[in-house]
Design a protein around this ligand. Structure first.
Ligand SMILES: Nc1ncnc2c1ncn2[C@@H]1O[C@H](COP(=O)(O)OP(=O)(O)OP(=O)(O)O)[C@@H](O)[C@H]1O
Ligand SMILES: [Mg+2]
Length: 229
C-alpha cells in the first residue's frame, strides 16, 4: 500500500486529463474534412469573390479580425494581399480553405459559396505554400511524389517518375534538381537545409499542389514570379 499510495495523485491527474482530451477528440467538427457531402466538380476555374466577410477567431471572439471585407480574386491572375502584420492576410486564406467559419458574409468559388463544396475537394484545389515551407526528410523525389493523388498513386513507378519529371520540367525545377549531387535522389537533409529558400519553395509547391497540368501552371507562375526565373 505504501508503494502505491504516492502514485494515486498522478493517476487521478491522468484520469481527469484523459477525460478532457477524449472529449476534445470526440467533438464533432463543423468542417469535417472526411465528410462525403458537398459538390466535387471535375473542373475548378478558380474565381474567388469575397463578400462582406467578417471574422473573429473562436478563441478570441471579441477581437474582430476581418470586418465587412469584399474582394475579387480573378482566376489566372496574380492577386497580392498587402498589409501590416496581423491585419488578417493569413486569416483570410484560412477562411478560403474553410479552416474556420466566418461570422458573416460569404466566399464564392466560381460563383458558388464555398460551403456548398466538399471540404476535402476544396482543400485539394486551393493550397497555401508558406514562405517557410516544410519538406519531409528523404529525397527530393520522395517529397515531390507526395503530391501524387488518386489514380496517380497506383501507377507503375516508371509512369510516376515520368509524371514527376514532366511536372518539374514544366515548372523550371528540373534543371536545378539535376544540378544537385544526386539529382532527384538527393537527400534534402534535416529541415531541407541542403536546399536554398527558393529551391525549397519550388519543391514544396508540388507537395501542396497536385501534379496536374492546371496546378503546375499556377505553381510555375508563382515560382517564377517569386524568384524571377
Ligand atoms: N489561431 C488564432 N487564434 C486567435 N487569434 C489569432 C489566430 N491566428 C491569428 N490570430 C490573430 O488574428 C489577427 C490576424 O492574424 P493573421 O495571421 O491573419 O495576420 P497576417 O496579416 O497574416 O500577419 P503577418 O503579415 O504577420 O503574417 C492577429 O491579430 C492575430 O493575433
Ligand atoms: Mg500571415
Amino acid at each position: 500500500m505504501s508503494t502505491i499510495a504516492p502514485q494515486i495523485q498522478a493517476l487521478t491527474n491522468a484520469v481527469s486529463a484523459a477525460f478532457e482530451l477524449f472529449s476534445i477528440i470526440d467533438k464533432e467538427s463543423l468542417l469535417d474534412p472526411l465528410s462525403m457531402e458537398g459538390e466535387q466538380p471535375l473542373d475548378c476555374k478558380g474565381d474567388i469573390q469575397i463578400r462582406d466577410l467578417s471574422f473573429a477567431y473562436p478563441s478570441r471572439p471579441t477581437a474582430q479580425v476581418l470586418h465587412n471585407l469584399s474582394l475579387s480574386i480573378p482566376a489566372g491572375k496574380t492577386t497580392a494581399l498587402v498589409g501590416a502584420s496581423g491585419c488578417g492576410k493569413s486569416s483570410l486564406v484560412a477562411l478560403i480553405e474553410r479552416w474556420y467559419q466566418s461570422s458573416s458574409g460569404d466566399i464564392l468559388l466560381d460563383g458558388k459559396s464555398i460551403t456548398e463544396y466538399n471540404t476535402k475537394w476544396l482543400r485539394s484545389n486551393i493550397r497555401l505554400v508558406q514562405q517557410e515551407p516544410v519538406l519531409f526528410s528523404g529525397t527530393i523525389y520522395s517529397n515531390i511524389a507526395k503530391g501524387l493523388v488518386g489514380a496517380q498513386t497506383t501507377l507503375e513507378p516508371e509512369k510516376q517518375r515520368e509524371l514527376i519529371e514532366e511536372a518539374c520540367k514544366a515548372s523550371n525545377c528540373h534543371d536545378f534538381i539535376l544540378d544537385l549531387p544526386e539529382g532527384y535522389q538527393t537527400q534534402v537533409g534535416e529541415r531541407a537545409s541542403m536546399l536554398s529558400g527558393g529551391q525549397r519553395y519550388g519543391t514544396s509547391c508540388f507537395l501542396y499542389a497536385h501534379i496536374t497540368t492546371n496546378t503546375i501552371e499556377q505553381t510555375t507562375y508563382r515560382y517564377r514570379s517569386q524568384h524571377r526565373v
